[in-house]
Design a protein around this ligand. Sequence first.
Ligand code: XMP
Length: 318
Amino acid sequence: TFTPNAFVEEVIADMKAKIGNDKVVLGLSGGVDSTVAAVILNKAIGDNLYCIFVNNGLLRKNEFQNVLDQYKGMGLNVKGVDASQRFYDALAGLDDPEAKRKAIGNAFIEVFDAEAHLLTDVKFLGQGTIYPDVIESVSATGGPSATIKSHHNVGGLPDFMKLQIVEPLRMLFKDEVRRVGATLGIDSELLGRHPFPGPGLAIRILGDITPEKVAILQEVDAVFINGLKEHGLYDKVWQAGAILLPVNSVGVMGDERTYEKVVALRAVESTDGMTADWVHLPYEFLQKISNDIINNVRGVNRVVYDISSKPPATIEWE
Ligand code: XMP
């Protein structure tokens, strides 16, 4: 049986032996895997671990600042890089889902490579790869580690790809990573976070991306996610989010006719994301969230709930 304490002791000793006095650079995503990997490496080599947390402008509302503060509070040597505009520029006019993913992946690599170049004498690239990523080899692209994989045969290798790789979680399953994280004293809220795709809100805004659309979706998403938390539903759901549809519908507000955006809410149960069922959220909850969204988020006048399971529907709409 797996004992987190023994694992932690062993992996820290291994990492110390492997890395010695050299430097490691690691991309933090705000997710569980990269965070746990960073805390382990930090325990092993202290400030010789240089973490980079990139804001791609596609994160949840206030997430960049909140998570960055949290990382600093954990004692990680982390640099936050706000590259939002660069990602918006790269996405401008693109509406094909795969083209958007590619633009985001490439922008991430450029930003990360430029940041890694500001450090001198780095020998290793730290990654939060876990066992299912190793066996599948295509972990749904996107977290820093996965993005790197899915792009490493595109054009010339970025310089950081030439670094030696260290992957402290390589042999662990997700639930084991969470247990290790708890042993390390990582905040349970962070460890219990829903999965969030690397391309972020860009694949939940159907069609082309603008900062205005991102801002609308961030508000809608925040109402939904905070509502799930307030009603004790967050931990009963595997993943949840909102989707901004490229559709306007007619509504009425006071005695004005409106013609505004439609959003879809999605909440699924799953164990690994490969299959998923839509969650039967209580009607009263859906009613409240729908009212809160329409009354508080300007530009949205209709809310629908996605009742499709995977397969044949996917979790994300793009
Ligand atoms: P789908 O939509 O394929 O999603 O049913 C399954 C899981 O993978 C996540 N997902 C992604 N994660 N980059 C990522 O890092 C991506 O491009 C991507 N696409 C989907 C999705 O959020 C769900 O957890």
